[in-house]
Design a protein around this ligand. Structure first.
Ligand SMILES: NC(=O)C1=CN([C@@H]2O[C@H](COP(=O)(O)OP(=O)(O)OC[C@H]3O[C@@H](n4cnc5c(N)ncnc54)[C@H](OP(=O)(O)O)[C@@H]3O)[C@@H](O)[C@H]2O)C=CC1
Ligand SMILES: O=C1CO[C@H](CO)[C@@H](O)[C@@H]1O
Length: 388
């Protein structure tokens, strides 16, 4: 099978998330890393791209140069990943969608709700794929949780509890650290810091697993370090459109927590508990039964979990493989489009522009509610309120 051509913007040398994307896209042999504009410094981007194996004329110094050159090529890119800082996502994603490319954009997809709506409409009009990298939904057991909820194993879902807590910004002396400072500066980060950075992963995962969207929320947001304008800790209560009650805590000052993304789902006939730092085990408590540990890779899991699993049971799979499942879904979607056939339904799980837009509406709702002492506010994007 011919490989698909993949390109990347951002993710330069020393970046946090660039290497995970390159590992993930290359893992199953579906994509060739064919082009990139990896750094905001042109020379550094060209140099690093070539060191990673790009041919010189496809190691670009700038994303506009990449767009101009790639759109004219017969072997143009099948997929472009945008992994630059947040404030650039909208402009780059929009330009590539308009030029007819499929895009995988890092979260948050945009900086405003209006921009998010524009991307959703544009993706619809263009017929191109616009995915958003809520990559942790690629974990096999997260997909299995979703399948268990969908087939009714837990009955009606009463409560979902989501967390994303780390302690990487706990040091007040970091106020001037250039890698930390921008995240709490409204001019660069927008209306929210920690919720927009990590809280949206947890909230999106709650929606992904329950199959429900967030309708309204109430937020308590705080900056625990005086020099910060934007929040470094937030507690959000929410209600979902299927009646589920949601609770979410996110923090960047939680010393001792590393990448504390967890999800607990409590239904009428069972409960589930999963944590990103031990992603190969899922805890299931059936009503009236005994606590069971479901292992990634064991027999009789859902087709969605089987498709998302690569090594045999007992061998640990981790984060780049979760991201690889987003790429595998996209490869299947692009191939199905090219071949004019129906896609494998178990691959139809990658997060869409609509998810990016819902997150943006939640970010603004959290900021609004936080300023109003936790008042309950509508968390739906305006374009979806009209449809409800
Ligand atoms: N889905 C997930 O789990 C995760 C998502 N993210 C998201 O990924 C994005 C990147 O985050 P992260 O890797 O932490 O950021 P970093 O600051 O570590 O890296 C950003 C990279 O993009 C480059 N860059 C900046 N501007 C441009 C531009 N205009 N064109 C090309 N390259 C550019 C930077 O170059 P230079 O260093 O020279 O500025 C750097 O190489 C963010 O939106 C973040 O929210 C991050 C981590 C996890
Ligand atoms: O999306 C993200 C996931 O986790 C990281 C923290 O550990 C964040 O910095 C990042 O933006």
């Amino acid at each position: 099978m011919a490989k698909l051509n993949w390109g990347m913007i951002g993710g330069g040398e020393g970046s946090q998330i660039g290497p995970a994307h390159r590992l993930a896209a290359g893992l199953d042999g579906a994509f060739t890393f064919a082009a990139g504009a990896l750094d905001h410094r042109a020379d550094a981007g060209r140099d690093y791209g070539q060191r990673l194996g790009l041919v010189p004329d496809r190691a670009y110094g700038d994303w506009r140069e990449m767009l101009g050159a790639e759109r004219a090529r017969a072997d143009r890119l099948d997929l472009v990943t945008v992994a630059t800082p947040n404030a650039t996502h909208f402009e780059i994603t929009k330009a590539f969608l308009e030029a007819g490319f499929n895009v995988l954009c890092e979260k948050p997809m945009t900086m405003t709700v209006d921009e998010g709506e524009e991307i959703v409409r544009l993706a619809e009009r263009s017929g191109r794929i616009c995915a958003v990298n809520y990559g942790y939904t690629g974990y096999a057991l997260v997909r299995h949780m979703r399948a268990m909820v969908a087939r009714g194993d837990l009955g009606r879902i009463r409560v979902v509890v989501a967390e994303f807590a780390h302690g990487h910004h706990a040091d007040a002396a970091d106020a001037d650290n250039p890698r930390v400072r921008w995240r709490y500066d409204p001019a660069q980060a927008g209306v929210s810091a920690q919720f927009a950075d990590c809280g949206i992963h947890a909230m999106h995962m709650a929606s992904f697993v329950t199959g429900q969207n967030v309708e309204r929320l109430s937020a308590d947001i705080v900056s625990t370090i005086d020099s910060r304008v934007l929040e470094d800790d937030a507690m959000v209560n929410f209600r979902m459109d299927g009646g589920t009650v949601g609770r979410l805590w996110t923090s960047s000052i939680a010393l001792g927590r590393q990448h504390g993304l967890t999800l607990q789902v409590f239904g009428e006939t069972g409960g589930l508990r999963w944590a990103q730092e031990q992603p190969n085990q899922l805890y299931h408590m059936p009503l009236g039964g005994r606590l069971q540990v479901i292992e990634r890779g064991e027999g009789n899991l859902s087709p969605e979990a089987d498709r998302a699993s690569r090594v045999t049971v007992g061998h640990a799979e981790g984060m780049p493989l979760a991201f690889a499942n987003i790429y595998a879904d996209m490869a299947e979607t692009i191939r199905a489009q090219k071949d004019g056939r129906a896609m494998d339904p178990a691959a139809n799980l990658y997060p869409r522009a609509e998810d990016g837009l819902r997150s943006m509406a939640a970010v603004f709702a959290v900021a609004q509610s936080g300023k109003a002492d936790g008042a309950w506010v509508d968390a739906r994007p305006p374009m979806f309120r009209a449809e409800a």
